[in-house]
Design a protein around this ligand. Structure first.
Ligand SMILES: C[S@@+](CC[C@H](N)C(=O)[O-])C[C@H]1O[C@@H](n2cnc3c(N)ncnc32)[C@H](O)[C@@H]1O
Length: 464
């Protein structure tokens, strides 16, 4: 066990943490709320414990002034949660809508340029390469580039190696793993060399401004999933505008499950295969309105942000905490909110641990806990568990509007049109009874009117 004095040295002080948060935010865009700062303690502790006393004392100033050392700390602090074929609906849309459209458009030049921005250890770009190899053999005669970038050099090195543990294969059909990976031992699988050579990895910091895209290029397809959630709102807006500029006209942009544009973007929002993504219009408007961006737990929800809202994501003004609640209830709601923050960041295990703790403490079930369990199950691609939790949430609170809507999204994805239509009708009926600009509970701030419109659009499409 570490001696007590070493344990104390391993602890980052509050003053150091404040300075470090500012420096990391400035250099990487990554914002961490105070409520989650304890995670940095856990991540930095073992490193600080290894430092000699004089280096330990200068730890934060070295992060400021020494780029190599700073990179080491960035490598420790960035979250690289990823796995192959993460968010199946995106890959369905890629296979059946996005790539066929791009192949048709680019047939005269036979070129296709793809950028995976914030690729972590490579699961996302390799999933794309496997999809192209399996479903689009005609591309073998094309010039296809998959450029994959990240700010974490350790992730990039791992990606180049192409060796993965079973954790990266959550939800991947066995047949795909057998086809594209060779087992090295019980815990390690090496990706096929023809897939590995399809992807070029490089360091790229998304917050550099003005942004010159990697290789100075424009792209037909950009995936930037589960990266912007770490940035404050105004920075995420700027980065999304840069990504938009990096697209060719008619190019596609895919953001993460909990990231979405509001209505103020020049990009067209497309809904298919029960997911949302974006397409640049044929001729880019030089005077396009500024892109807006926000975070949501619910797929397809496009929250409308207040015009001057520049709060970091975790400091959302839409916090459902009411200051007048008695302390015990407030405590439960604060914990639910913390679990929501984790779920938004894709940190599903952490979110579930909080919910388990809450379930142990609570005298009775809570509709928002069930709802969050549904969101987590959906992010784990377990539709039937998700539907089960939504049913329970609605049983506990039959007017829980967002749960009805979410039921519709999942039922639609599962091709259960009858259930999807019923759920959208319920959403329409409930939102019709609310003031149009009222915020829908647990929805990251969408208004009743907007949710009403979205549900009506979905219903119209299903009735068609
Ligand atoms: C949670 S992972 C997402 C991986 C993958 N896109 C996915 O959805 O599975 C977020 C990645 O964003 C990277 N990242 C964070 N800030 C960045 C920045 N300023 N520029 C480039 N990448 C960044 C992190 O290093 C990390 O690998």
């Amino acid at each position: 066990m570490m001696p007590w004095s070493a344990q104390r040295e391993a602890q980052i002080t509050d003053a150091e943490l404040t300075e470090l948060r500012a420096c990391i935010l400035q250099k990487t865009g990554i914002y961490i709320s105070e409520s989650k700062s304890f995670e940095w303690h856990t991540k930095l502790g073992p490193h600080l414990a290894t430092l000699p006393a004089d280096e330990r004392k200068n730890f934060v100033s070295r992060v400021h002034s020494e780029p190599d050392y700073r990179q080491k700390i960035i490598n420790l602090l960035t979250v690289g949660e990823s796995y192959f074929y993460r968010n199946h609906p995106h890959f369905e849309a890629l296979e059946h809508r996005i790539l066929p459209a791009l192949i048709e458009d680019n047939a005269p030049t036979k070129r296709l340029r793809i950028w995976s921005a914030g690729c972590a250890a490579g699961e996302e770009p390799y999933s794309l390469a496997m999809l192209l190899d399996r479903a689009f053999p005609e591309l073998k005669t094309w010039h296809v580039t998959i450029c994959a970038t990240d700010i974490n050099t350790a992730f990039l090195a791992k990606a180049e190696q192409g060796i993965y543990t079973p954790w990266s294969f959550r939800g991947v059909p066995e047949a795909l793993r057998t086809r594209y990976f060779t087992p090295m031992d019980a815990q390690r699988y090496a990706i096929a060399s023809h897939i590995r050579s399809q992807v070029q990895f490089e360091y790229f910091n998304l917050i550099t401004h003005p942004m010159r895209p990697p290789r100075g290029a424009q792209y037909d397809l950009i995936l930037c999933r589960n990266v912007l959630i770490y940035f404050p709102h105004d920075l995420a807006v700027r980065v999304t505008a840069n990504l938009e500029n990096a697209l060719f006209p008619r190019g596609f942009l895919i953001l993460g499950h909990s990231e979405s544009f509001s209505a103020h973007t020049a990009l067209e929002t497309i809904y298919s295969h029960a997911t949302f993504y974006y397409r640049k219009p044929p001729v880019s408007g030089a005077t396009a309105p500024p892109t807006r961006h926000s975070h949501s737990l619910i797929p397809g929800i496009l929250p409308v942000m207040p015009a001057n809202d520049s709060a970091p994501p975790n400091k959302s003004k839409d916090t459902p905490l009411a200051p007048t609640h008695p302390p015990a209830r407030e405590n439960t709601l604060s914990l639910i909110q913390l679990a929501e923050e984790h779920a938004i960041m894709g940190e599903l295990d952490a979110a579930e641990r909080i919910l388990d703790e809450l379930a142990l403490r609570a005298s009775r079930p809570h509709h928002r806990i069930e709802f969050l369990r549904a969101v987590i199950a959906d992010q784990r691609d377990d539709a039937s568990a998700s539907l089960q939790h939504l049913k329970q949430a609605i049983f506990l609170n039959k007017d829980f509007t967002i749960a009805h809507y979410y039921q519709g999204v999942i039922a639609e994805r599962e091709n259960d049109r009858t259930a999807a239509k019923r759920a959208y009708r319920n959403t329409i009926a409930l939102t019709a009874t609310m003031p149009p600009d009222a915020k829908v509970d647990s929805s990251s701030g969408i208004t009743a009117l907007r949710l009403h419109e979205i549900a009506a659009e979905r219903l119209k499409e299903l009735d068609f």
